[in-house]
Design a protein around this ligand. Structure first.
Ligand code: NAP
Length: 295
C-alpha cells in the first residue's frame, strides 16, 4: 500500500533549508512551500526542489504544508512559531520541526498549545551553502530526533528518507546532547591545536606538525572505536610513568606556561580513565594525582 505523500514547507531558506528542499523531495515527501526573509533565498530553495510555491508570508507558507520546517537562525525560531500560531497558520495535525541542536522542541510550545505536533531534528553535519548538483550532505550522517511521539516517528522517517541514521533522545537531554557534539567537534579542534603548539615548539610549521600527528590521531580514534576508551588509552599516564609526566610538566611550565593548567586538567581526567583500567599501581596513581593538582 502506498503511503500518501506528506507536503512540507520550509521557513528560512539558508544552508539547511535549501538542502532539505533539494534532498527531501523523494518517495513520501513533496515540497509545497518556501518562505524566507528575502525572496531570492526562497526562490533558490524552490529551484533546488524543482517544485512548490514561493510565498509572501510565513503563515501562507505554513498553511501549504503538513510538515513545517523552521530553519531560520536559532534565536528567532520561537518567535516565528508564535507568529504562525497567532495567525492561525497551523492545523491540528500539522507537524512543526526545527533543526537546531542547541534547543529542544520545547521552544515550539506555542504550537503545541495550538494543537500541532512538535519535534526537533538535528543533523550532526556542518552545512556549506548549497550548490546545484552537489551530493547530499545528509547521506550517511547521524540525526537526533526528539519531541512528541508522532514527531519522533516522523523525524525518523525523514532521516531515513534523507539517507541518514536517526536516533531518538529524551527532550530533557537535548542540552547535554548538544554539549557532547560541541566537545566532540569544537573542543577536539582545541585539543589538536594544543598538541600542534607543543610540536611547533620544535621548529615545525603547523601544517607539517599536523601531517606528523595525523596518523597518531586517526589511530587513536580507530582504537577507541574498536576497543573502547579505557583500553584505547596508552602512554605515560596509563603506564603510571610519573617521571615522564614530571618532565612534561617542568618543560611546559617553563616554555609554554599558558598550557600548564590545561595539561594538568586533562591529566586528571586521563588518570581517571587509567584507574578504571585497573593497571595502575596505587603509588603511581597517588603521585600522578599530586602532580596534576599542583599549578
Ligand atoms: N549550518 C549548519 O551546519 C547547521 C547544522 C545543523 C543544524 N543547523 C541548524 O539549522 C538551522 C538553520 O541554520 P542555517 O545554517 O541553514 O542558517 P542560515 O544559512 O543562516 O539560514 C537561515 C535562513 O533564515 C532566513 N531568515 C532569517 N530571518 C528570517 C525570518 N525572520 N523569516 C524567515 N526567514 C528568515 C535567512 O533568510 P535570507 O537568506 O532570506 O536572508 C537565512 O537564509 C538553525 O537552527 C541551525 O542551528 C545548522
Amino acid at each position: 500500500m502506498n503511503t500518501p505523500k506528506r507536503k512540507f514547507s520550509v521557513i528560512g531558506c539558508g544552508r539547511v533549508g535549501i538542502c532539505l528542499a533539494a534532498f527531501l523531495f523523494k518517495k513520501n515527501y513533496e515540497p509545497a512551500g518556501f518562505f524566507s526573509k528575502s525572496k531570492t533565498s526562497a526562490q533558490a530553495a524552490r529551484t533546488a526542489a524543482g517544485c512548490g510555491t514561493v510565498f509572501d508570508t510565513a503563515a501562507d507558507c505554513a498553511r501549504a504544508g503538513d510538515i513545517i520546517f523552521i530553519t531560520t537562525p536559532d534565536g528567532i525560531i520561537e518567535g516565528i512559531c508564535g507568529d504562525l500560531v497567532q495567525q492561525n497558520a497551523l492545523g491540528p495535525k500539522t507537524m512543526v520541526f526545527h533543526l537546531s541542536g542547541a534547543h529542544s522542541s520545547e521552544i515550539l510550545a506555542q504550537a503545541t498549545q495550538a494543537g500541532a505536533v512538535v519535534g526537533s531534528i538535528h543533523p550532526l553535519q556542518s552545512f556549506a551553502p548549497y550548490e546545484p548538483g552537489q551530493a547530499s550532505p545528509f547521506e550517511g550522517i547521524n540525526i537526533s530526533v526528539e519531541g512528541d511521539p508522532d514527531a519522533v516517528s516522523q523525524g525518523k522517517d525523514i532521516a531515513a528518507t534523507l539517507g541518514a541514521q536517526a536516533f531518538a533522545i529524551p527532550t530533557e537531554s537535548k542540552t547535554l546532547y548538544h554539549a557532547s557534539a560541541v566537545v566532540a567537534s569544537n573542543y577536539l579542534v582545541t585539543l589538536v591545536k594544543f598538541a600542534l603548539t607543543l610540536l611547533m615548539e620544535t621548529g615545525l610549521r603547523e601544517d607539517v606538525a599536523f601531517e606528523i600527528l595525523s596518523p597518531l590521531i586517526q589511530g587513536t580514534l580507530s582504537n577507541i572505536g574498536s576497543r573502547g576508551c579505557t583500553r584505547a588509552l596508552t602512554g605515560p599516564v596509563a603506564r603510571g610513568d610519573h617521571e615522564t609526566v614530571s618532565r612534561h610538566l617542568a618543560d611546559i611550565d617553563k616554555k609554554l606556561p599558558q598550557f600548564s593548567a590545561l595539561y594538568r586538567l586533562l591529566g586528571t581526567h586521563t588518570l581517571d580513565i587509567a584507574a578504571a583500567g585497573n593497571c595502575l599501581s596505587e603509588e603511581a596513581e597517588k603521585i600522578l594525582s599530586q602532580f596534576f593538582k599542583t599549578v
